[in-house]
Design a protein around this ligand. Structure first.
Ligand SMILES: *Cc1c(COP(=O)(O)O)cnc(C)c1O
Length: 416
C-alpha cells in the first residue's frame, strides 16, 4: 500500500482551532491609525461577522457548515501518499508521506479556505469579493469558490505575474471572475503581494456590496486549512503509523503549513518545520514585531515576523512565497520555539523538485518543492543515523502552470 484515501463521509466535520490551546494568548491586531487593539467593528467593512468571530474564537472546534462540506467533497478527502520510490532513490530508512492537496480544482490547498470564505460572505448578503493574488493560485481558488456561490469576483494580480503567467488568469476568467494587474495606479511597477492587497482593500471599503478575502496569514484562514492535518492524522493511522516525527510545509503566509501542522500542535514529540526561500527569509531573518499586512499601510498591524512592509522580494518563481510577513499563528509558534524554520535557495529547491518528479512522477509547484527539499534533507539525515524516521510533508500544489520555471532551471537560466 502506498496510498490512503478516506471515503467522502470521513471528511472532517469541524475545524481545529489552535487559539484556545496556546499557553499564552496571541497579541491582538492593532488599528493602523490609533495603534489600539481592534474590535470586530473595525473589521466589519472588510469581512463578514462569521469570519471575524472565527478570527478571535476560543472554541477548540468549529463546525464546518454543510454547504461548505458539499463543495469540499468535490475533491476531499485528499490522498495521503507514501513516497516509496523517492525513499528508494534516496536510499533512506525514513518513511516519507505526503498529503496531496494538488487534486483540488485550482490545483492547490487554497480552495479549502476560499470556499468557506465565499460562503460566510454569501450568507451575510455580500455579492462581490475582491482579493489579491501573486502567481495566481489564490485568485483561481477564490474565483472557483465565487462561481460555486454565484458571486462576482475581482482579482488584483501582481503585475509581473499577470504579464508572465497568463494561464491562471484564464482559469479565473473561465470561472467567471475578473483579473487586473496591480498596482492599478502605476503601470511601470512590478507589483508585490503587499501592493495588491492595498488595491483590493481600497476597492472593498469603497462599496457596500463588496468584501475583501485574504488567502493566507489570518487566523481564520489557517483554521480552514486544518482539514489537511486532520485528515492526514487519520490516514497515517490507517498506514500503521502512530505519529510523524516531523511535519514539513513551505511557508509563504503560513496557511498550508498551519493547515498540515496545527493538528499536531499538541503532540510535543512532533517537530514542525516551516520552509521558506532564502530570497524572502521572513522567519529565518525577519524581525518579530508589529507590521502592516500590505504595502500601503491600510491593514491592521499584525504581530509577526516581517521583512518590513515595503520589502519588495526578488521575482523568484515561487510566487506564493514572496510575502514580507507571516501568519501571526506561525510567527508565534516559531517565536515560542514550537516550530523550526529553514530557508533554501532556488537551485537546491529545483534539484529536489526534479528528484521528486523523476521518482514519484508528480511535477510539484515551486512552492511545494521547498517542502520537498526539506523532506529530502530530513530523509538523508535519517540515512546518516540509520533512523526509521516518519516524515510528513504537504504537497500543497502541482506545477503544471509553472513550467516556465522548470524550463529556466533545465536550461541553466535560473538564478539563486
Ligand atoms: C499560495 C501558495 C503557497 C503559499 O501560501 P501559504 O499561505 O504559505 O500556504 C504555497 N504553495 C502553494 C501551492 C500555494 O498556492
Amino acid at each position: 500500500m502506498t496510498r490512503w484515501t478516506l471515503p467522502p463521509d470521513r471528511i472532517p466535520s469541524a475545524w481545529y482551532n489552535v487559539l484556545p490551546r496556546f499557553e499564552t494568548p496571541m497579541d491582538p491586531p492593532l488599528h493602523p491609525g490609533t495603534r489600539q487593539p481592534i474590535g470586530p467593528d473595525d473589521l466589519a467593512p472588510l469581512f463578514p461577522m462569521g469570519l471575524i468571530l472565527q478570527e478571535v474564537s476560543s472554541d477548540p472546534w468549529i463546525d464546518i457548515p454543510g454547504d461548505v462540506l458539499d463543495i469540499l467533497r468535490l475533491w476531499r478527502p485528499t490522498p495521503l501518499v507514501r513516497a516509496v520510490r523517492l525513499e528508494q532513490a534516496l536510499g533512506t530508512p525514513a518513511r516519507i508521506y505526503f498529503k496531496d492537496e494538488s487534486v483540488s480544482p485550482a490545483g492547490s490547498h487554497k480552495p479549502n479556505t476560499a470556499v468557506p470564505q465565499a460562503y460566510y460572505n454569501k450568507v451575510e448578503g455580500i455579492t462581490r469579493l475582491t482579493t489579491e493574488t501573486g502567481a495566481g493560485q489564490w485568485g483561481t481558488a477564490l474565483s472557483f469558490a465565487c462561481a460555486q456561490f454565484d458571486m462576482d469576483c475581482l482579482v488584483y494580480m501582481v503585475r509581473t505575474s499577470f504579464e508572465s503567467k497568463p494561464y491562471r488568469k484564464i482559469m479565473m476568467q473561465t470561472w467567471g471572475a475578473q483579473c487586473v494587474p496591480s498596482p492599478v495606479d502605476d503601470p511601470s511597477h512590478p507589483g508585490s503581494l503587499g501592493s495588491a492587497i492595498t488595491d483590493a482593500v481600497r476597492d472593498a471599503v469603497g462599496r457596500d456590496d463588496t468584501h475583501y478575502a485574504l488567502g493566507s496569514v489570518l487566523n481564520h484562514v489557517l483554521l480552514h486549512q486544518t482539514v489537511i492535518g486532520l485528515e492526514a492524522r487519520e490516514q497515517l493511522e490507517l498506514a500503521g503509523e502512530r505519529l510523524p516525527d516531523v511535519v514539513i510545509a513551505p511557508c509563504g503566509g503560513g496557511s498550508n503549513l498551519g493547515g498540515v501542522a496545527l493538528p499536531f500542535y499538541e503532540d510535543p514529540s512532533v517537530r514542525l518545520v516551516a520552509v521558506e526561500p532564502s530570497s524572502c527569509p521572513t522567519l529565518t531573518e525577519g524581525r518579530f514585531e508589529y507590521d502592516f499586512g500590505d504595502t500601503g499601510g491600510m491593514t491592521p498591524l499584525l504581530p509577526m515576523y516581517t521583512l518590513g512592509h515595503d520589502f519588495i522580494p526578488p521575482t523568484i518563481h515561487a510566487g506564493g512565497l514572496r510575502y514580507h510577513g507571516d501568519a501571526p499563528i506561525v510567527s508565534k509558534l516559531v517565536h515560542d520555539g514550537r516550530m523550526e524554520a529553514v530557508a533554501y535557495p532556488q537551485g537546491k529547491v529545483f534539484e529536489a523538485a526534479l528528484l521528486f518528479a523523476r521518482a514519484e512522477g508528480k511535477i510539484p509547484a515551486p512552492e511545494a518543492a521547498h517542502g520537498i527539499r526539506a523532506a529530502i534533507d530530513e530523509a538523508l539525515a535519517a540515512k546518516e543515523t540509520g533512523e526509521e524516521k516518519v516524515i510528513l510533508f504537504n504537497y500543497c500544489g502541482h506545477g503544471h502552470l509553472d513550467l516556465q520555471a522548470y524550463d529556466d532551471y533545465l536550461s541553466g537560466r535560473l538564478m539563486d
